[in-house]
Design a protein around this ligand. Structure first.
Ligand code: CMC
Length: 356
């Protein structure tokens, strides 16, 4: 008997493909991690607490947090074969390509859950490998965000690392985004966590997804005035070109992450005495809303935020990856715990009946 397939929207737009207990979003601008508002978590919790919440489904008790934090440090250490693999990759390779290659090839230990945590825990060390002129941290009790921030900037500053931590928290999880969905597809074939993380990293790279944050910085740095910024928007829209850092598949009014980072930027820019980029950004956001009703997404304000935090642009996308890897742990587990091969049907429109 022939079974009938159903046609769904291109790009799976507004199509619900499965259940998840990890996070939820809606078009009005809500983002909830395991029942808690993501922005409230960013305000009040540490990265370790949120990563634990995402990966294991509940906020950790004191002893669990201590154990998890120690495990992240322990698992972040790079073994000799991983270092050899890192050294074999050209120093000019984009950081995300390096990360994807090493993640796909480094030796991992234990069961699938342990392997996934090991990959996530190692990402900051992999990203920061070969960063020059970094002094060892004075603080013995530095947390994940402080260590990560220090490893890529050389700055040891609790206040700035706290800003960085909030962004990490907002990047941690985002239900069935493209990279997570790629991870789910790979996980559904039972290829294992290393293959699934590799798919996710490869998918995150594109400018329609994680690659947007560095693209934003590239154009913002060219402006000399607010008028330049507005002219840029008008010109791009006239040419029917996309402006990176705007638009979202789910958020049609506001991206809560972008609005949170924008508020943080008001104090960060005061502390740093750097106002120009924020001024241009707010002008662009207003112009985009007035002309197209398209809201800024997280990558728009994240780019300026990271710039003000003194982070080199080459790290922007890998930072997104490192934070999101804790969401990937959760989605990997969720997929295999209730697995069904993800394999859609197609509608053939090519030639038929050709003879050789
Ligand atoms: N600049 C100008 N116009 C835009 C933009 C933009 N950034 N985004 C969407 N539009 C227009 C688009 O041209 C289309 O117009 P029309 O209906 O006249 O053809 C309409 O809005 C719908 O856009 P779409 O591309 O069909 O929407 P989508 O849901 O398929 O795409 C998106 C979402 C994020 C890929 C898209 O908004 C985009 O390309 N944005 C720029 C890249 C970007 O900033 N990506 C980061 C996303 S947030 C971080 C993450 O989670 O990855």
């Amino acid at each position: 008997m022939e079974t009938k397939s159903i046609r769904v929207a291109k790009g799976l737009e507004r199509v619900i493909v499965d259940d998840t207990a990890i996070s939820s979003t809606d078009s009005k601008g809500n983002l909830v991690y395991r029942g808690y508002k993501a922005t409230e978590l960013a305000e009040k919790k540490s990265f370790e607490e949120v990563a634990y919440l995402i990966a294991y489904g509940k906020l950790p008790k004191k002893a669990e947090l201590h154990e998890f934090s120690s495990q992240l440090i322990k698992l972040s250490r790079l073994d000799n074969s991983t270092i050899r693999l890192l050294k074999s990759i050209s120093g000019n390779a984009p950081k995300l390509d390096m990360l994807r290659t090493v993640i796909s090839g480094m030796p991992l230990e234990g069961n699938d859950e342990h392997k996934a945590l090991q990959m996530a825990a190692r990402m900051p060390a992999l990203i920061a490998y070969n960063v020059k002129a970094i002094k060892p941290m004075k603080s013995k009790n530095a947390n994940y965000a402080e260590r990560f921030y220090n490893a890529i900037t050389g700055i040891e500053d609790k206040n700035l690392a706290k800003y960085f931590e909030k962004l990490l928290i907002l990047y941690t999880e985002h239900e069935f985004n493209a990279s997570t969905f790629a991870l789910m597809v790979t996980a559904s074939t039972l290829a294992g966590p290393q293959a699934a993380f590799t798919s996710a990293l490869a998918t995150l790279k594109g400018p329609l997804h994680g690659g947007a944050n560095s693209e934003v910085l590239k154009y913002l740095l060219k402006f000399k005035s607010k008028e330049d910024a507005i002219r840029f928007v008008d010109k791009k829209l006239k040419a029917k070109e996309k402006i990176m850092g705007f638009g979202h598949r789910v958020y049609k009014i506001k991206d809560p992450r972008a609005q949170f980072v924008k508020l943080q930027l008001r104090t960060l820019s005061k502390e740093k005495g750097m106002y120009a980029l924020v001024e241009y950004a707010e002008a662009i956001e207003e112009e985009m809303w007035n002309l197209k009703r398209i809201p800024a997404n997280v990558d728009f304000y994240a780019a300026i935020y990271m710039y003000l935090l003194g982070i080199d642009e080459k790290f922007y996308l890998p930072i997104f990856a490192a934070a999101r890897s804790f969401g990937w742990i959760a989605h990997y587990k969720e997929q295999v715990a209730s697995n069904k091969l993800i394999r859609p049907d197609s509608n053939y429109i090519g030639p038929k009946g050709l003879k050789l």
